[in-house]
Design a protein around this ligand. Structure first.
Ligand SMILES: [Zn+2]
Length: 471
């Protein structure tokens, strides 16, 4: 459902973790992954284009032929051998085109729904069935969401085909389909409630519904973010306390937490079983309050060295300590309010002009929903670069935090960070030379070349200064 109603979904998606297809904002993001609260990992780029990797046999540190730029080699800049370079560049071009196509395709799907009066038909069915608004919502919303999901499924499948072709996804189609279904069901439950509330608010306050709906949706979003790590994420992957998985790593991470001088209980660090589905390296921070946690993929633990994992975890710790989840929530809430306001300002005009053609009686008619989604999708595309710039800023801060917290703890910490990004880029196929328009529109992480450059040059200590976040 994602790429469609990208606007509507933007925030909520956000709440929903980590799964490519769950990552509703495919629109916004393409092969997503934990978008989960966007604090994801060091991931090469966005959730949308979340990690991936080649068949990685060649990158596994343990394997003989491995690693062009493996552990011992000094990294001065992000480089890939010619074959990997081509792969990474090709994939990046496909992702960029796919992101643009998805956007247009999403709008076309909504237009088709309006043109064929599909929403109006579902409304008729819902109204025939019951006079009770809640029961009508129970019929109308899932039908419409299902229709959107089915019509956009070909792009979801194609994205997965691409990820398989590049060796990033190693998930079987049965398992992928089951995950897709689960994510659609979860979205359906959440959105049905939201849609029901939306139309209550529209009927009660035709002029201020955009504000009141925003207000009532906030606690729901916070609640979803809060329960997601417990209730939603485990539906897609296995989680275990990190300290039980790897004693060496646990000791190293213990030193890291101590160095950070922050109270991050060990129980807040989790290992995630990702290896059965993806070859990509990643880690992320998610949850809020009591559910807040750092998650590290098992693929990261398998393919990175302990000092590299410590840096990656330091980056995640940055998201955690710098309160990036609540700050992101505040930012996206503000953005959302703007989107709703814009929707409110325009929908009257659109309905006056095409409403009768589409068999929509008015704004308070269930059938107006596709119009609202269409408007939100258009606006969210316009505001998306701002959202991504915000995300890139947070990611940059987390990188800086990671560098500061490992300084003095890990020998040659800048080089270790650069090596971690090099590895991440190789395995997840980060484009060494991305299209700047792509970066502007869709990257929610800084590019790998930029991150390596920053890692190697950030050194306030050399001039007698200290870190900004970690003293
Ligand atoms: Zn991050």
């Amino acid at each position: 459902m994602n790429r469609l109603a990208a606007g509507f979904v933007l925030l909520y998606t956000w709440a929903l973790p980590l799964h490519p297809s769950l990552d509703a904002s495919e629109a916004k993001n393409q092969g997503g992954e934990n978008v989960a609260v966007r604090a994801e990992a060091v991931s090469a780029h966005s959730a949308r284009r979340s990690g991936e990797s080649p068949t990685s046999a060649s990158i596994d540190p343990g394997s003989p032929g491995a690693a062009t730029s493996s552990v011992g080699q000094q990294v001065a800049t992000y480089t890939l051998p010619p074959d990997l370079y081509k792969k990474a560049h090709d994939r990046s071009r496909i992702h960029f085109r796919l992101a643009l196509v998805s956007l247009v395709y999403g709008l076309v799907v909504l237009w088709v729904i309006l043109h064929w009066r599909i929403g109006a038909k579902y409304r008729d069915w819902a109204e025939r069935l019951s006079r009770k608004r809640f029961l009508q919502a129970l019929v109308f919303a899932p039908l419409l969401l299902l229709t959107i999901a089915v019509l956009t499924a070909p792009l979801d499948v194609y994205s997965e085909v691409v990820e398989k072709k590049f060796g990033i996804s190693i998930q079987g189609w049965g398992s992928w389909g089951w995950d897709w279904l689960k994510s659609q069901l979860i979205s359906m439950v959440i959105f049905t409630i939201l849609i029901w509330l939306l139309y209550i608010v529209i009927r009660r306050s035709p002029r201020r519904w955009w504000f009141y709906f925003w207000l009532v949706s906030l606690p729901i979003i916070v609640f979803v973010i809060f329960i997601a790590p417990w209730v939603i994420a485990p539906l897609f992957n296995k989680f275990e306390p990190l300290q039980q998985k790897d004693p060496t790593l646990t000791t190293a991470l213990g030193q890291l937490v101590e160095r950070a001088g922050e109270n991050i209980p060990r129980e807040r660090m989790f290992w995630m079983g990702a290896a059965e589905k993806t070859t990509a390296l990643n880690a992320y921070v998610t949850g809020i309050g009591a559910s807040k946690r750092i998650v590290v993929y098992d693929t990261t633990i398998a393919k990175a060295t302990v000092p590299q994992i410590v840096f990656i975890t330091g980056h995640e710790m940055g998201h955690y300590v710098l309160l990036h989840v609540p700050k992101g929530l505040a930012f996206f809430s503000g953005l959302f309010l703007l989107l709703f306001y814009l929707g409110y300002r325009l929908i009257g005009w659109v309905l006056a002009r095409w409403g009768s053609k589409w068999a929509i009686r008015g704004l308070d008619d269930w059938a107006s929903l596709p119009v609202l989604l269409l408007l939100l999708s258009v606006f969210s595309f316009v505001t998306n670069p701002a959202a991504n710039a915000f995300s890139r800023h947070q990611e940059h801060q987390a990188d800086q935090y990671g560098l500061e917290v490992t300084h003095g703890l890990t020998p040659d910490s800048s080089q270790v960070a650069a090596q971690a990004f090099q590895k991440l880029g190789e395995v997840d196929l980060a484009d060494p030379n991305p299209n700047p328009v792509d970066v502007f529109l869709f990257y929610d992480h800084p590019t790998i070349p930029d991150r390596i450059q920053f890692s190697l040059t950030y050194a306030p200590w050399t001039t007698g200064g200290s870190g900004e976040f970690v003293k």
